[in-house]
Design a protein around this ligand. Sequence first.
Ligand code: PMV
Length: 306
Amino acid sequence: MKTTRKLVGEGGGKVILFGEHAVVYGHPAIAAGLGRGAMASALPGERHELTVIDGTSGRVIERVGPDDAVSLARAFSEMLRVMEISTPVALRVTVDLPMGGGLGSSAAIATAVCRALAAYVGDESRIDDAVRASETVFHDNPSGIDQFASMNAGLFEFRRTPEGPRTRVLRHEPARILICRAARGVSTSEMVAHVRDLHTRQPQMSFAIDDAIGTLGLLAAEAIERADWQAAGELMNVNHGLLCALGVSTLELDHACHVARRAGALGAKLTGAGGGGCVVALAPEREDDVVAAWTQRGWKAYTFDL
Ligand code: PMV
């Protein structure tokens, strides 16, 4: 190790506006990096240790070593292995995102930790591989969309290809998106496995749904670039319907979408892996109505400017 200075790294959260799950199978998706996420610091320690702290309350959410039997520990162990860290390091990560809610907290943490570790050892060359190894623990078969968003800002189209991610930044007018945390999240790998099972049992049907989701992504990119929020909202509603067809929505997520639409949203859909977690809505000039309708029902709402 070169230094005993405290070394830091950042990683951002993300919101998927179109195309989750189908993106795993190579279809286009649209996501935005959120201007908040995770901040990690690395210091020499007595043993390898990763402490995750909630940015709002300052509370320690989880503290693990690489040999513990939980997903975060396995991810930490993967990051240390790929980054080739041998001498003990203590990492503290402050997370400014709801955890496990489909907003990319696992990729934000991994990016922040790997960037801090890279600064610690003075070698940035393994960051991408180390974040991917960590994401594989959480996602099973990650498309890479969360990783790309955690490392880059802005609104982009993303496609997984055998040669690596193909991405395109979307030019767009300023827009505000609304996010509602409608229920506790479940593990992304569980939902990815559920969709994989469906593809095994019902391949023709599942691939037809993926194709339709991919088409929506392409139409949505065009709608966003011409600031046609009405069309983009309509496409979000249809995308939610197709995610229901894949079996990843829940009563709470459907309810939060309907509440948003009734309060004036042009579109609303679940975001991320589903099974719980968050809904995203587009409601130009009706943002306050939608946020009020969600919060009246006891759901936490967030707004982000793209
Ligand atoms: O990290 P989550 O829970 O927002 O889900 C990521 C999106 C998926 O398409 C379900 C998985 C992936 O790797 O693309």
